[in-house]
Ligand binder design. Structure first.
Ligand code: ATP
Ligand code: MG
Length: 545
């Protein structure tokens, strides 16, 4: 008996296998195809694969499932490694399915020798036609009864390049009448002259996923091959391949539900399209649900871990509200983001009775006393948000209005005396007086205010660029094709936002809460000369409003 509390059905199955099959070590793998960058859905699979291994003191390999040379690239291999490390996981061994090409070929030869595989000359269309449908059994290929000798000869010749692409395939000899279409003599090998990112032009035959995957698992000694539900129907085939080989460890396939998130594209193929047609700036565009995009946006790995924990692991598909991910991001950033004041749409306020200059103190994070404070200069001209001043304000408007009072964060209460507007009616400047004895923390003025607004001193204001991001997809219509749901307003750039001088210290990836505005991340491209901030998430759930 081992002393482990399973926390989901996968861990229960694994525990049961340990107890009934006497497995000595648990080995799992995360098997991405290097045909794109990882997205938030992959983080669920990564978390499951690595955590199951960890829980049972086992190992987890990273294996690149690189059996399709046409779509794969080293750029993707590198990004996948970086993303997994960023999430905080470390693989035990780094493997490539392409490392096994020789071995996979030999095993296929064994299948032929056992009369369990044959070379078939039907065209792709004919194979499809012969396969039948869900209601109609398939029929045997006329090439199914080739002798073992003939099959061996043809298979070697396929490898040597004797036949054109697509002219022959190697098929498993199973059952053309099986109710499971995957069992109707699936293809094991195809002829394809394509340069592979690791093996170059060595091969002109490549194994198919359904064959390569179980065999790669078996070669590596994987005990539990965890994958997503769309492979459930492939499990009998997985077992067929595994059970017709002599590997000591017979890996077991376990499926769980894919992560689906509202308003989120979860397909590498489609994400690649957005990159290729320049709808986004790249795989790491902060709007992308890729791990590199989320990282650049400012989402932390702790928020992703919390999210993966909360969604759990289930056996049936469901769609998670993107609001849950936002919630996890907000919870985490609240604990770690530095508070700062930034005005996005500035209007100038002149403080008519104040001509001193003084330094005030602002808490870096009220949630964390150890974060300390920073200084902000206060002088007779400040910027406030244009929308924090209203001329024809009703009683419910508690911010600045003519004759009204409002508190400036960390500073004083001010009273609006007068203002100037231009010909279009836009406010040009507001004149206020500072209320005596109203300094924050020492307020004995007796004046009550119902709102606190943020501000930035004009003299010391720093120009920053703020990039406000929204979802790539518009809300609703989850069933519609992505292309019909693109959000035309997913990026708004604000070029001359005004920030307090403290912001000059920021380095790429530093995270802030801009008071009253939301959470922001310092972009990779940000520098002292051009400060750039990416919006991460709002302060509150906007859906609740
Ligand atoms: P995509 O359809 O986005 O290209 P994929 O399944 O083809 O995804 P792979 O590189 O084959 O991507 O995935 C590696 C592993 O990640 C697989 O085990 C796969 O099941 C898992 N995975 C992919 N997408 C999700 C998801 N949305 N939720 C959970 N696991 C996922
Ligand atoms: Mg795939």
């Amino acid at each position: 008996m081992i002393n482990v509390q399973p926390s989901n059905f996968i861990e229960e199955l694994v525990l049961n296998d340990i107890e009934t099959k006497g497995l000595k070590e648990i080995i799992t793998r995360f098997p991405p195809e290097p045909n794109g960058y990882l997205h938030i859905g992959h983080s669920k699979a990564i978390t499951v694969d690595f955590n199951v291994a960890k829980k049972f003191n086992g190992r987890c390999n990273l294996r690149f499932d690189d059996t399709n040379p046409v779509k794969e690239d080293v750029e993707y291999v590198e990004s996948i490694k970086e993303d997994i490390r960023w999430l905080g996981f470390q693989w035990d061994e780094l493997r490539y399915a392409s490392d096994y090409f020789d071995r996979l070929f030999e095993i296929a030869v064994d299948f032929i020798k056992k009369d369990l595989a044959y070379v078939c000359d039907l065209s792709a269309e004919e194979i499809k036609e012969y396969r039948g449908t869900l209601n109609k059994p398939g029929k045997n290929s006329p090439y199914r009864d080739r002798t073992i000798e003939e099959n061996l000869d043809l298979f070697y010749k396929m490898k040597e390049g004797a036949f054109p692409d697509g002219s022959k395939v190697l098929r498993a000899k199973i059952d053309m009448a099986s109710p499971n279409i995957n069992m109707r003599d699936p293809i094991m090998y195809r002829i394809l002259r394509a340069t592979h990112h690791r093996t170059g032009d060595k091969w002109c035959v490549y194994p198919m996923y359904d064959y390569a995957h179980p065999m790669s698992d078996a070669i590596e000694g994987i005990t539990h091959s965890i994958c997503t539900l769309e492979f459930e129907d492939h499990r009998p085939l997985y077992e067929w391949f595994v059970n017709h080989t002599d590997f000591e460890i017979k890996p077991r396939q376990i499926e769980f539900a894919r992560l689906q998130l509202t308003r989120t594209i979860m397909s590498k193929r489609y994400l690649k399209k957005l990159v290729d047609n320049k709808s986004v700036s790249g795989w790491d565009d902060p709007r992308m649900p890729t791990l590199s995009g989320l990282r650049r946006r400012g989402v932390t790995k702790e928020a992703i871990a919390d999210f993966c924990e909360r969604i759990g692991v289930a056996k049936s598909n469901s769609t998670v509200d993107a609001g849950l991910l936002e919630y996890c991001i907000r919870e985490d950033l609240n604990k770690r983001a530095t508070r700062a004041m930034v005005v996005l749409d500035p209007v100038k306020v002149v403080l008519t009775n104040f001509d001193a200059e003084e330094y005030l103190e602002l808490e870096n994070n009220p949630q964390d006393a150890s974060a300390g404070t920073h200084k902000i200069p206060f002088c007779n001209e400040i910027y406030i948000e244009r929308e924090d001043f209203k001329i024809d304000a009703d009683k419910k408007f508690f911010r600045l209005k003519p004759e009204g009072y409002v508190r400036l964060k960390g500073a004083y209460i001010i009273k609006c005396e007068t203002y100037e507007i231009d010909e279009q009616g836009n406010v040009q400047v507001i004149y206020c007086s500072v209320v005596k004895n109203s300094k924050s923390g020492h307020d004995v003025s007796g004046i009550k205010t119902k709102a606190v607004i943020h501000w930035v001193p004009v003299k010391y204001a720093v120009d920053v660029q703020v990039r406000n991001y929204d979802y790539l997809l518009i809300d609703g219509d989850e069933d519609k094709d992505f292309s019909e749901r693109m959000n035309p307003n997913s990026l708004k750039i604000i070029d001359n936002a005004k920030a307090e001088p403290f912001i000059l210290q920021s380095k790429p990836q530093d995270k802030y809460q801009f008071l009253r505005l939301g959470y922001f991340n310092t972009d990779y491209l940000s520098s002292r000369d051009k400060l750039i901030f990416n919006s991460i998430v709002s302060l509150k759930d906007s859906k609740g409003k």
